[in-house]
Design a protein around this ligand. Structure first.
Ligand SMILES: Cc1ncc(COP(=O)(O)O)c(C=O)c1O
Length: 378
């Protein structure tokens, strides 16, 4: 074998890239089984996935597509965009599909952020916009939340000449709280036009509250918003990666310039088109989350564990101790949750609402873990 002439030497990356700590997704079940040698059922309540699985219609469409995988997909996602445009009553030129909505967040950062620009967001928001700002080496301004919600007044005060993107996840991940229609209407009215407001509505389809904003009104008012939705949550298609954005055509055209060709594969397009029509699956998923959230809230109250009332398919649960101990105890008992230290919550775990048997196993495991912690402390 040739001696390694390059040992210890690597090309120098851009300094801002060197300092990025990559996004850490929830642990896949396969990894936990491998690491801990667990047997029996594993409940992954770590990534806000849909425990009911994909819709049967999406699966049937996928199977039909398999024989055509030798062919490139339609690059423009024509049919999917047409359906989405019809659903939201917008022009087709206003819709862009991404490899998950995370890709669209990164594309917006690539397209708009110059080094002298600033991205504004809440601390404790979904992390992708922060990563985008770091990739672009621009300024990041994080505004603390107020009572676990976006502090829109303070955000507004902090919008300046250099602000190019404001990122708002609504509801917030990992906190689960919602900004209301009245609050967001006033905010959008006040934001200057040189700012792109990304409104990330990954969990919108779970929400029945009349107070939830009607973000498409902002689009209709020609505001500079990019509304993001995903097929990863209520549609149960996180594994196939489809998200979409809606904005005025000029914004979509700009963001589309940094899109990598064929970013949404053939199977993903077929599955998403079919999933959109499966209203029964979405309704079932919403009902399961509503019931599970009520059940878990009640059980957590009984265990005297603090949680934040949520509008999503997950709960942020806070403990009196470093949550890593609770996380590991739950994992030993076959329940995978999500530590959220990187979001500034060292004592919290984010717990996805599962099926009722999963929720019950979680409560049983948590009760045992908390009893162990109590005993160790006595
Ligand atoms: C607020 C928010 N945005 C985006 C995403 C990612 O969605 P996607 O799977 O479409 O990339 C998530 C996933 O957890 C999220 O919570």
């Amino acid at each position: 074998m040739q001696p390694d002439m390059n040992s210890g030497q690597y090309p120098t990356p851009r300094p801002n890239i060197d300092s990025i700590r990559p996004y850490k997704p929830g642990k896949p079940t396969e990894q936990v089984v491998r690491e801990l040698g667990l047997r029996g059922p594993i409940d992954k309540l770590a990534s806000n996935e849909n425990p009911l699985g994909p819709s049967a219609k999406a699966l049937a469409a996928l199977r039909r597509e398999l024989g055509r995988l030798n062919l490139y997909p339609e690059d423009s996602c024509h049919i999917l965009r047409e359906r989405l445009a019809k659903r939201h009553r917008v022009d087709m030129e206003s819709v862009l599909v991404g490899n998950g909505s995370v890709e669209l967040i990164m594309m917006a950062c690539l397209a708009y952020l110059r080094p002298e620009d600033e991205l504004l967001m809440s601390s404790g928001s979904f992390i992708m916009a922060k990563v985008g700002s770091m990739v672009m080496d621009c300024r990041l301004r994080e505004i603390p939340t107020k009572e676990y919600r976006h502090d829109l007044d303070r955000m507004l005060e902090n919008i300046g000449e250099r602000t190019r993107i404001v990122y708002l996840d609504n509801p917030m991940n990992p906190i689960g709280t919602m900004t209301t229609r009245r609050e967001l209407d006033a905010f959008i009215r006040a934001v200057p036009p040189q700012v792109l407001v990304i409104i990330d509505e990954a969990y919108a389809e779970y929400i029945t509250s009349k107070q939830y904003p009607r973000s498409f009104d902002y689009y209709n008012d020609n505001r500079n918003v990019l509304i993001l939705r995903t097929f990863s949550k209520i549609y149960g298609l996180a594994g196939i990666r489809v998200g979409y954005g809606v904005a005025r055509p000029a914004i979509i055209e700009t963001i589309g310039k940094v899109r990598i060709p064929f970013n949404v594969n053939r199977a993903a397009q077929a599955a998403a088109i079919a999933a959109m029509d499966d209203k029964a699956h979405a309704a079932r998923s919403r009902k399961q989350v509503d019931a599970g959230r009520k059940y878990l809230s009640k059980e957590l109250e009984q265990l005297k564990v603090f949680y934040i009332p949520s509008f999503t398919n997950f709960l942020l649960v806070n403990f009196a101790v470093d949550s890593q101990v609770v996380f590991e105890g739950l994992q030993q008992r076959g329940v995978i949750t999500r530590p959220v230290k990187q979001y500034g919550f060292p004592n919290a775990l984010r717990v996805t609402i599962g099926t009722q048997p999963q929720n019950k196993r979680f409560v049983k495991a948590l009760t045992a873990v908390l009893a162990d912690i109590q005993r160790a402390g006595d």
